[in-house]
Design a protein around this ligand. Structure first.
Ligand code: AMP
Length: 284
């Protein structure tokens, strides 16, 4: 099992990727904030099938956290992350310090509309996607990957990044990867470690209620009433719901009733101090 090369500076990263490119290798990028779990590792596996070389970035990006969010306490487990990435056969880990990414005087951000203003995550985290899109655009110019992979777990983020990469003509293939779940249906997340044992027991109710609602809508139940019932079930498990909605899977526009288009059910809800998100296709 070979250790990935760990690089902290953009100059070292560029030297490494330039050598790979000279040797004719394609490069895949897996952006993460670390605290890696099987969901992240599944992205590296998919990427290894796609490109000759795989770079995982580990960067807890300060600009995508709001002032009252969990930036300071976000889990940082670098040694354990590197061990998992070594086992997964990743070639390089890019782990820059905040000052490497945002040097003194940094003042440029990407301004977004379309899927970034759909009224889902953006309604509760108003500066989040500008931070995400800007750091991902920077990673694209630092790594210049042939392909980059993002989880459907963050469904709106995936739509925002697809749009940003297309709109800015970044020559990168964006791959969307399925959500890995615990056996009880809870979507894997670095934030699940915040949950108390009682909250962990209640947490799968979110996905369970979503799957039940999706099944009801598939069998013809009205969307609005079904979502109300699901909201009640989720709230009864102790969640405070930010949103639970059915949207057009491509545009993220609101949907009244199914009409043959691909639909997605998306949710965010808080259990104690922990905010969980999830989404499913209506047809799974
Ligand atoms: P994060 O470290 O939370 O920024 O996530 C890094 C990448 O992993 C993002 O593209 C996420 O969508 C993806 N990801 C997070 N959780 C999962 C999961 N349970 N299954 C698959 N991908 C995931």
């Amino acid at each position: 099992m070979s250790q990935p090369t760990v690089v902290n500076s953009i100059a070292e990263l560029r030297a490494l990727t330039a050598a790979w490119r000279r040797a004719g290798a394609t490069i895949g990028l897996v952006p993460t904030m670390g605290a890696l779990h099987e969901g992240h590792i599944s992205l590296t596996r998919l990427m290894r099938e796609k490109t000759a070389r795989t770079v995982v970035s580990i960067f807890v990006n300060p600009t995508q956290f709001g002032p009252n969010e969990d930036f300071a306490r976000y889990p940082r487990t670098f040694e354990a992350d590197c061990a998992k990435l070594a086992a997964a056969g990743v070639d390089a880990v890019f782990a820059p310090a905040p000052a490497e990414v945002y040097p003194e005087g940094f003042c440029t951000t990407i301004s977004l509309a379309g899927p970034a203003t759909a009224g889902l995550e953006d309604a509760f985290r108003p500066t989040h996607f500008a931070g995400v899109a800007t750091v991902v655009a920077k990673l694209f110019t630092m790594v210049a990957p042939d392909a980059a992979i993002f989880g459907q777990k963050d469904f709106q983020q995936l739509a925002v990044i697809r749009r940003m990469a297309g709109d800015l003509n970044v020559p990168v293939e964006i791959i969307g990867a399925p959500t890995l779940r615990e056996a009880d249906g809870l979507a894997m997340s670095s934030r699940n470690i915040y949950l108390s044992p009682e909250e962990r027991q209640a947490a799968p109710t979110l996905n369970r209620a979503m799957r039940a609602a999706a099944a009801a809508i598939r069998s013809g139940a009205p969307v609005a009433r079904t979502l109300d019932e699901a909201r009640a079930a989720i709230a009864a498990a102790g969640f405070v719901i930010d949103y639970l909605e059915v949207r057009d899977a491509a545009s993220l526009a609101p949907v009244d009733q199914p009409d043959g288009r691909a639909l997605r059910m998306l949710a965010a809800a808080r259990l104690g101090k922990t905010r969980l998100i999830d989404n499913i296709s209506l047809y799974d």
